[in-house]
Ligand binder design. Structure first.
Ligand code: F6R
Length: 604
């Protein structure tokens, strides 16, 4: 969703802000803007792509300080006027804002003598700050007084004409400061400035940051606090396309490496245990009665995959809920319910609010995430990192694989601790995990084949993905990937459900993409394949040899995977990712930034 970049230092601010906005494009947005700060402010704003804004920016500008923003509309359409930065009437104060000011209506009414130039909630902020300055307050005082009036969520960066400082603060929306050799950066996420520095400070809720030539000063409750600098371990090319046409394709191909990182040092082969650095005491794990997984979209499907494993390996009742629908029901002793938030970004508002609900009710909370320092990490009792590396494409790909792998480790960890998971099955699961990178590589090596299949069926009326058991979340994920990037009608079903309704939709124009691997009850699914075949639908099936069943005579296209035990459906998923990618690519869709979608969904 919205993105923020700010800079102050020795370099020209304009190219840094402009490149920062390009780096933030992956988050999803519909307008962009920049304010350059000197004795006066120069503000440029444009609806549409960052390239449209870049078309109206001057070739060069001497300013050493400025802020920029990519906006994803909430209050008011994506027009030039509604783009950020927003300024006060005199053009002295400029503000960029992520989040929602809930009481903006009231504040707008109070500011009745001000003439507003946008429909946004954000615009009240520069007017409030300007009112404080007019009343004689110092910049920091004026901003703090304005903050006292705001209700809602925000990450804010403020620049004021003639003042050589940037001011920033946050409430439920991330902000991170980057410490470079030639200046200091502030952004909603590190990808905005990763090419300049990997030394960062995460701003906490309520903290007030002042950034000047000397770097960052942080204040909490009025007192200056120490600044902690962390070094990010991202590789230099992590946020680059590295020769691929799209980030999504690059990230699909990164899966073997991402999975190696995910499992590295976390498997003890001899004892068949998982070594996860997590604070879940043995006596607590022995006492838990239920695991509730809360997540959205792809992360929810990763949770559904894991739920099957938690129940069978850890012998704990496990439910998976769409975070936006979640209500906590933890029985008589809420602490005995472990609520696990699965989230790539760690910022998804629905998931955050589910976690808060669980905490308020007294449950223990755990985050499984890709994002260090994220809000959900800070708010949960503990967290496990999936270590997939930055994911820029809006469609989640490598993070799905790393989430399932991490949750599998967690299932083994909990199962072995509780004594519910026998050595042999634990060993089989861990072996399956270790085989994943090479099994997935073997699918990636067949990309040309799946591309041909994708091109053959790209113009179909609709696509139906089917699978049973562990194949069911993968069918749902396959359909989600295809619909979000190709805009085609795609649905996923538990294979046995086809005959209870969806079969009415099946025609020669609706390819069926079926999972027939271990962990998906292939024999039963084959019966469903026969049902659709009888109605003339083409069938593309992913198969493995494990079960010894001959499936090829029922399939129009057979896509093989190597034997990988219970994680075979996860390997098969890579075929569905490549299928979605190539269908979308054939149709010329903007694959990394599908319409209406955002990478990090920070509104409920
Ligand atoms: C789909 C996709 C979304 C996210 C969902 C949750 O490709 O990316 O469905 O999975 O918005 O996001 P996180 O995992 O960041 O909480």
């Amino acid at each position: 969703m919205c993105g923020i970049i700010g800079y102050i230092g020795d370099q020209q601010a304009l190219p840094i802000l402009s490149a920062g906005l390009s780096n933030l494009e992956y988050r999803g947005y519909d307008s962009a803007g920049v304010a350059l700060s000197g004795p006066e402010l120069s503000v440029y704003k444009k609806s549409g792509e960052v390239s449209a804004l870049q078309g109206i920016l001057p070739e060069s500008a001497d300013h050493r300080q400025g802020i920029g923003h990519t906006r994803w509309s909430t209050h008011g359409p994506p027009t030039d006027a509604n783009a950020h930065p927003h300024t006060d009437e005199s053009g002295r104060v400029a503000v960029v804002h992520n989040g929602i000011i809930e009481n903006y209506d009231t504040l707008r009414e109070e500011l009745s003598d001000v003439s507003f130039s946008s429909d946004t909630d954000t615009e009240v902020i520069p007017h409030l700050i300007a009112a404080g300055l007019d009343a004689g307050a110092e910049p920091r005082e004026a901003i703090e007084a304005a903050l006292d009036r705001l209700e809602g969520t925000y990450a804010l960066v403020v620049t004021i004409a003639g003042v050589d400082e940037l001011y920033a603060t946050r409430q439920d929306s991330p902000l991170v400061v980057g410490h470079g050799d030639d200046g200091t950066f502030i952004a909603s996420d590190v990808t905005a400035f990763l090419e300049h520095t990997r030394d960062v400070t995460y701003i906490e809720d309520g903290d007030f940051a002042v950034i000047d030539d000397g770097g960052l000063s942080l204040f909490r409750d009025g007192d200056q606090i120490e600044t902690t600098i962390e070094r990010l371990e991202y590789e230099a090319d992590a946020a680059e396309k590295s020769g691929y046409d799209h980030y999504m394709l690059k990230e699909i191909h990164e899966q073997p490496r991402a999975l190696r990182q995910t499992i590295s040092g976390r498997i003890d082969v001899e004892t068949a245990r998982a070594a996860i650095d997590v604070d879940l005491p043995d006596e607590y794990l022995d006492s838990i009665e239920e695991i509730q997984i809360v997540a959205c979209g792809t992360s929810n499907y990763a949770g559904q995959y894991a739920a099957e494993l938690f129940e069978s390996a850890a012998d704990v009742r496990t439910t998976v809920e769409v975070a936006s629908e979640y209500e906590f029901d933890g029985g008589r002793d809420p602490w005995r319910t472990l609520v696990v938030a699965v989230t790539q970004s760690g910022e998804t508002a629905d998931t955050l609010s589910a976690i808060r609900r669980a905490k308020r009710a007294g449950a223990r909370t755990l985050a499984v995430t890709n994002t260090l320092g994220s809000t959900i990490v800070r708010e949960t009792d503990d967290s496990v990192f999936i270590r997939a590396g930055p994911e820029i494409g809006v469609a989640a790909t490598k993070t799905f694989a790393s989430q399932v792998a991490t949750l599998t480790l967690l299932a083994v960890y909990i199962g072995r601790t509780r004594g519910t998971l026998a050595y042999d099955r634990a060993e089989a699961l861990l072996t399956s995990l270790r085989q994943l990178p090479s099994a997935i590589q073997s699918v990636l090596d067949r990309e040309d084949e799946i591309k041909t299949v994708a091109y053959e069926y790209a113009d179909s009326e609709a696509f139906f993905f089917i699978g049973r058991k562990l194949g069911c979340p993968v069918a749902l994920e396959g359909a989600l990937k295809l619909k979000e990037i190709s805009y085609d009608h795609a649905e996923g079903f538990p294979a046995g459900e086809l005959k209870h309704g969806p079969l009415a939709l099946v025609t020669e124009q609706t390819p069926i993409l079926a999972l027939l691997t271990e962990g998906t009850k292939p024999r039963e699914t084959l019966n469903n394949v026969k049902e659709v075949e009888a109605r003339g639908a083409p069938v593309v099936g992913v198969t493995s040899e494990a079960d010894g069943i001959d499936k090829s005579s029922y399939l129009d296209v057979e896509l093989p995977i190597p034997e990988t035990g219970e994680l075979e459906p996860l390997v098969a998923n890579v075929y569905w990712q490549l299928f979605a990618y190539h269908v979308a690519d054939k149709k010329g869709r903007p694959i990394d930034r599908p319409r209406n979608l955002a990478k990090s969904v920070t509104v409920e």
